[in-house]
Design a protein around this ligand. Structure first.
Ligand code: FDA
Length: 307
């Protein structure tokens, strides 16, 4: 029951100000966001890739309100890509971006987000890697898919995310499961109304399996974004039935969640990509991690109160 309340708080400016100013210990935020600057994140990149993991890098931030912030987001990714070039990781470190951070919700936001994200996709391609467009709340998705399609004209490897909790997603998956596409399937992390999304865990899980089947049987490259042990073994079975080799799909998990499982899957020969977020605007990302597992809230409250 706490999850929806925390998700509502994740979009509240008042709560953002309160929680961001609270004596949240660095330790709590660091568990999910292991750095605020490029200098802090580069050693993390080295360490994780050194352990055989692949990465998708996220500069945290979303729901910006001024065009200058969108340009700053673009520049933050360009700086990151510049640093990654020296590490020569290629596709072992790709980027994940939220279009709301690139101006999607501002006036003429669709064009603005496309204008700001394009140089990031081009810079990523220039160092031999790629970008995946994260999925935000359902009102943003038509624009996200249109931008995805536009970017794929020059950079077909550009990926996107689909969310199992939305009724629309099975149809999106059928459209996207084509040669050369890279699609990350997740359960979905936003507070969505009953008109557009399943609300119950068992319904979302069932939808996840249905959609994963579409992706596995299709011609694209499925990226399984989940920590759910049951879904992970179902994914392995579906991949086997579809005749996919280990390099024809991948698992993805968030930094700080089930880290032993990251290493276990990598050791089994799976491609295991860790979504690694960094930056100072961590509020929305952090609150969604609390909402996914309200027990995290206890850890958060205890650390805050003991400060
Ligand atoms: P579920 O929530 O059922 O969790 C399964 C188990 O994982 C839990 O029992 C627990 O052990 C562990 N776990 C999960 N979340 C945890 C947490 N926060 N803290 C501690 N333990 C936790 N969503 C979205 O809407 N748009 C997006 O673009 C993305 N992108 C994305 C990328 C990647 C790589 C991942 C893994 C996830 C996303 N998500 C996302 C988030 C996703 O929608 C979903 O909210 C989380 O992955 C949690 O769902 P699970 O599938 O892990 O299952």
């Amino acid at each position: 029951m706490l999850g929806p309340v925390i998700l509502a708080a994740s979009r509240s400016d008042r709560m953002r100000r309160l929680i961001s100013a609270a004596p949240v210990t660095k330790q709590v935020v660091d568990r999910f966001i292991p750095g605020e600057t490029v200098d802090e994140i580069v050693p993390v990149v080295r360490e994780l890739t050194g352990r055989g993991l692949e990465l998708t890098m996220d500069v945290v931030g979303e729901d910006i309100t001024r065009p200058e912030q969108a340009a700053a987001a673009r520049d933050a990714y360009l700086e990151l890509i510049d640093r990654l070039e020296k590490l020569e990781l290629g596709t072992r470190a790709e980027m994940s971006v939220k279009l709301s951070m690139f101006g999607q919700a501002l006036e003429d936001g669709h064009e603005l987000a496309l204008k700001n994200v394009r140089p990031v996709v081009e810079a990523a391609a220039a160092i031999g890697t790629t970008v995946t467009l994260d999925a935000e709340d359902h009102t943003t998705l038509d624009s996200m898919f249109a931008i995805h399609e536009e970017l794929r004209k020059d950079h077909p490897q550009t990926g996107c995310v689909i969310q199992a909790y939305l009724f629309r997603t099975e149809a999106d998956a059928r459209r996207l499961a084509a040669v050369g596409s890279r699609v990350r399937l997740v359960k979905g992390a936003y507070k969505e109304p009953t008109e557009v999304a399943y609300q119950q865990k068992h319904e979302i899980d069932k939808a996840y399996v249905r959609i994963l089947k579409v992706l596995m049987e299709g011609d694209g490259y499925p990226m399984i974004g989940s920590h759910d042990p049951r879904l992970i073994s179902i994914a392995q079975e579906l991949a086997r039935r579809a005749g996919r080799k280990l390099d024809e799909y991948e698992f993805q998990m968030l930094y700080g969640i089930r880290s032993d499982e990251h290493l276990r899957l990598a050791a089994e020969g799976h491609r295991m990509r860790v979504y690694t977020a960094y930056g100072t605007d961590w509020y929305g990302y952090f609150m969604r991690r609390l909402a996914e597992k309200p027990a995290n809230l206890l850890f958060f409250a205890r650390s805050t109160l003991t400060k």
